[in-house]
Design a protein around this ligand. Structure first.
Ligand code: GDP
Length: 439
């Protein structure tokens, strides 16, 4: 096993920079760079770091030592806390590169070693990637929970239950002539059904965990000139969309990212929905409709026309859409159940923002249960559920215990692939793709 190193803190000038080292040559490397043996495990000491070749001093800082297996990766790990200057970091990395048996770490390689040494299951690995990528409070909380193993424990608990049931089925195979209680296999039925229903409930989560992780998609829809771009700007608090009195200026989709009460929201301002003139505008309208299709929430905007009459039609609004009457300064809203506002003056924006926040907060409404956060989890759970359905069908028709056992084994395996407890070599590159160097 090679020893790897990387800058684990962000690149660029900073108060402190952390370089991490993991692998069998860690101790030897510390001796080469500090002239002293490392301190006791989990202790920090102040040391002078010097180039292993010419012995010239590089910097003075903290050295932390974690002796394997009680370390993040499970190997011997050292952390050098240096002054975060570019030249300091560069000199230290050069000094490390010049030592034999050491190489720069690949993105996510420390965490991969932690996984391979059984320190983390795959869902915790994903939680770790998520906590590094979390932008909002709700995302951070969800990521922390997953990193600490909530999801992994749930799936492992289910998997162990399946393995226990499998033992019954195998007893039936191994001792067919023994005086085993008559309906040993039939006794599995209630347990299988209860497990299948728990998995189903877990799957029927409205994709809240995935939406919280990826961001809730909201689109603003309405005909040209009702003030969609103005509304978006008022929400974003900065000029992100082109506001113009000329119809059809928002030809493409403009996205802004908002943190609404801890929920990440991607807000898309779309091309006005009307008969498009040019080819470009037509494309804009096509994209707007496509985007609206897959959005989690749609805001439908209408407004009074300066010439009298109304631009926009709430009849087009579907159930669940948030309906907005803009330009309330020009004319009062003609309908009930619509939020009146003026994007230009800001009147009504607070109430609208509160309504919008309430609508997106469903993604993290306090739940005691950990959420599915990736398509990968969902696929594994759906596989497991299908195998359990086959087990139930097999039990109902007195199928051979061998067949029932095989389906139970496959069901357990589907869960094991989520946590990484069974062979998952093919999955690892996908899971570790989200990582940066130094983690
Ligand atoms: P979009 O085509 O729907 O994106 O509309 P824009 O945001 O580009 O706005 C169209 C026109 O309506 C612009 O001239 C805006 O200044 C104007 N406008 C937007 N909001 C208001 C408002 O609340 N009151 C009034 N009187 N005019 C507004």
């Amino acid at each position: 096993m090679e020893t790897i190193y990387a800058l684990s803190s962000a690149a660029g000038r900073a108060g402190v920079a952390v370089i991490r080292l993991s692998g069998p040559s860690s101790r030897e490397t510390v001796i080469r760079l500090t002239g002293k043996t490392p301190p006791a495990s989990h202790r920090a000491v102040l040391r002078r770091f010097r180039d292993g070749g010419d012995g010239a001093a590089i910097d003075r800082g903290l050295l932390l030592w974690f002796e394997g297996p009680s370390s993040f990766t499970g190997e011997d790990v050292a952390e050098f806390h240096l002054h975060g200057g570019r030249a300091v970091v560069a000199a230290m990395l050069t000094a490390l590169a010049s030592l034999d048996g050491l190489r720069a770490a690949e993105p996510g390689e420390f965490t991969r070693r932690a996984f391979e040494n059984g320190k983390l299951d795959l869902t915790s690995v994903e939680g770790l990637a998520d906590i590094i990528n979390a932008d909002t409070e709700a995302q951070r909380r969800q990521a922390l929970r997953q990193m600490e193993g909530a999801l992994g424990l749930l799936y492992e608990d289910w998997r162990h239950r399946l393995i226990r049931l499998l033992a019954y089925a195998e007893a039936e195979i191994d001792f067919p002539d023994e005086d085993l209680p008559d309906s040993l296999l039939q006794k599995l039925r209630p347990e299988i059904e209860s497990l299948a229903s728990q998995i189903q409930t877990h799957l029927d989560d409205g994709r809240r965990g995935e939406r919280l992780r990826d961001g809730v998609e909201v689109v603003i829809l309405g005909p040209p000139n009702v003030g969609k771009s103005s509304l978006m700007n008022a929400l974003a608090g900065r000029d992100v969309a082109i506001v113009s009195a000329e119809a059809g200026t928002t030809r493409d989709i403009v996205d802004v990212w908002l943190d609404l009460g801890g929920v990440p929201v991607t807000l898309a301002d779309t091309a006005g929905l009307r008969e498009a003139d040019g080819a470009i505008e037509q494309e804009g309208v096509r994209r707007a409709l496509a985007r609206a299709e897959k959005a989690d929430l749609r805001i439908v905007v209408a407004a009074p026309l300066e010439t009298g009459g109304v631009a926009g039609d709430f009849a087009l609004a579907q159930e669940g859409d948030l309906r907005v009457w803009n330009k309330m300064d020009l004319a009062p809203c003609p309908e009930a159940g619509v939020l009146p506002l003026s994007a230009a003056s800001g009147q009504g924006i607070e109430a609208f923002l509160a309504a919008l926040t309430a609508r997106v907060s469903f993604v993290y409404e306090a739940s005691e249960h950990p959420m599915i956060t990736r398509a990968r989890h969902r696929e594994g759970l759906m596989d497991c559920r299908s195998f359990l359905a086959r087990v139930s069908a097999g039990l109902a028709t007195d199928a051979l215990p061998e067949l029932i056992a095989e389906d139970l084994r496959l069901a357990a395996r589907a869960l094991g692939r989520i946590t990484g407890r069974v062979d998952v070599e093919d999955l690892l590159d996908v899971v570790f793709r989200d990582f940066c160097i130094g983690k």
